[in-house]
Design a binder for this molecule. Structure first.
Ligand code: GLN
Length: 429
């Protein structure tokens, strides 16, 4: 095993696609891609090596029946999303990840007849535009059940991506940059939550999978909701009407149509700009749960996403917990090969001293006639594996205040746009 210092340039595109407007969605996205290209064209060595688009990036997300989604699903290689990803990959000579509705012709149980099975998927094209991986969402959200989406029978998966000339061997004799093979995993939106919102919160299924499989790059295309959104859990009419009214008021104030902002692009390719660590705004009128200040991230969600990666966060409490769980309680968890809340059989914090990069690429905007609001706030995070300052090992924060996660930058909650960063991190190969 050698240690490598990797320098990777990544771009996340945040979009507001609308169901039934494939052509406009694609056209606007191409404009944005070309906008980025023309800015970078002064020096093409500055092109991103990995580009990520949201869940259902070109088709829109809110489908409510099988009949409605049917015209928008395709076999991976026949999909518009594949062609699109292929073009982006060729344009920048980069890997591209994009979410899309997949129809698969699977053999039925007896292996004879083929039947159409629908998935919420993300495909990956390599720098030559070839399809290299296809992942299907494992944990489904309310909306997917409405159109008969199936769970990924293989659950979470790991795959490799090879990046050219971007790794320097630490303590090596050669200073030239080498190619590096990174382990990646895709989690689509609800994959970050407890299974069906029913599994124990502390299982942290996706992040534990990534920790246990030494994943270097965690790539998450998402259509995550803003807290103002109306969901199927809002039952009584009063609540729904009150929420609808408040959304309309926000949109009036912002002078935006019912589907939110489109075509006003936030382009953040300034690598100096980190996101400020913050729990919540003190002033309740400016609280994060408002749909306003569309160019700033929704910290309520940013903090929640970080919490869902708790196995990657340095935590003081782990030492005593580990002792109790693994040693004192008659080795209650020793039988398990997998880590639990970041603790493993061997170490109180399995991730200590390692690095891993998290890319959360969320959509923005509004669907369902003003009912479904997405949270945007796409961001780039690096878990740095550092224990707290030498003088004390006191770290209790389970959100953006935890210093073992570097917040390399976020887009705002409500504007389309692109964020690009150079990420420096260490891997052992
Ligand atoms: N729980 C997520 C949310 O509230 C899931 C959405 C999704 O899977 N698209 O937004």
């Amino acid at each position: 095993m050698s240690k490598y210092l990797v320098d990777l340039r990544v771009a996340l595109f945040q979009l507001n696609p609308q169901v039934g407007q494939l052509e406009q969605n694609i056209e606007r996205t191409w404009n944005l891609v070309h906008r980025l290209k023309s800015i970078l064209d002064q020096d093409s060595s500055k092109y991103p090596q990995l580009v990520v688009f949201p869940e259902f990036a070109l088709t829109g997300y809110s489908f409510h029946s099988k009949e409605q989604i049917k015209p928008h699903v395709s076999i991976t290689r026949n999909s518009q999303s594949f062609k699109f990803a292929q073009s982006v990959s060729k344009l920048f000579r980069c890997y591209t990840v994009i979410g899309y509705p997949e129809e698969s012709m699977d053999a039925n149980k007896h292996g004879r007849q083929v039947e159409s099975v629908l998935y919420n998927s993300a495909l990956v094209t390599d720098p030559s535009g070839d399809l290299t991986f296809n992942y299907r969402k494992s944990f489904l959200y309310d909306t997917e059940y409405e159109w008969g989406c199936q769970e990924n029978p293989r659950s979470f998966q790991k795959f490799t991506m090879v990046f050219e000339k971007c790794a320097i061997e630490k303590n090596g004799t050669v200073a030239a940059a080498a190619d590096i093979e990174l382990d990646a995993s895709i989690g689509i939106c609800m994959d970050l939550n407890p299974y069906k919102f029913e599994a124990p919160f502390n299982d942290f299924e996706f992040s534990s999978f990534c920790l246990d499989n030494n994943v270097d790059l965690m790539i998450c295309p998402m259509a995550w909701l803003h807290s103002k959104s109306i969901t199927k859990h809002d039952h009584d009419l009063d609540t729904i009407n009150r929420k609808l009214e408040s959304i309309r008021r926000s949109l009036d104030t912002l002078q935006l149509p019912i589907h939110g902002s489109q075509g006003v692009f936030q382009i953040d390719i300034n690598k100096e700009l980190c996101t400020q660590r913050r729990i919540s705004r003190e002033d309740p009128l400016l609280s994060d749960s408002q749909y306003d200040q569309l160019e700033t991230p929704d910290m309520e969600n940013v903090n929640y996403w970080i919490l869902r990666f708790l196995p990657f966060l340095n935590l003081n409490i782990r030492k005593s917990l580990w002792y109790r769980q693994f040693i004192q309680l008659n080795e209650s968890l020793v039988g398990r090969e997998r880590s639990y809340m970041g603790m493993s059989k061997e170490k109180s914090w399995k991730f200590e001293g390692r690095n891993s990069v998290l890319l959360l690429c969320n959509r923005c905007g509004i669907e369902d006639d003003g009912k479904t609001i997405f949270a945007g706030s796409s961001g780039i995070y690096k878990f740095n594996g550092k224990t707290a300052r030498l003088d004390n090992d006191y770290e209790t924060n389970i959100d953006s205040l935890n210093e073992s996660v570097d917040l390399l930058g976020n887009l705002g909650k409500g504007l389309e746009g692109v964020i690009m960063r150079d990420i420096e991190f260490e891997v052992s190969k």
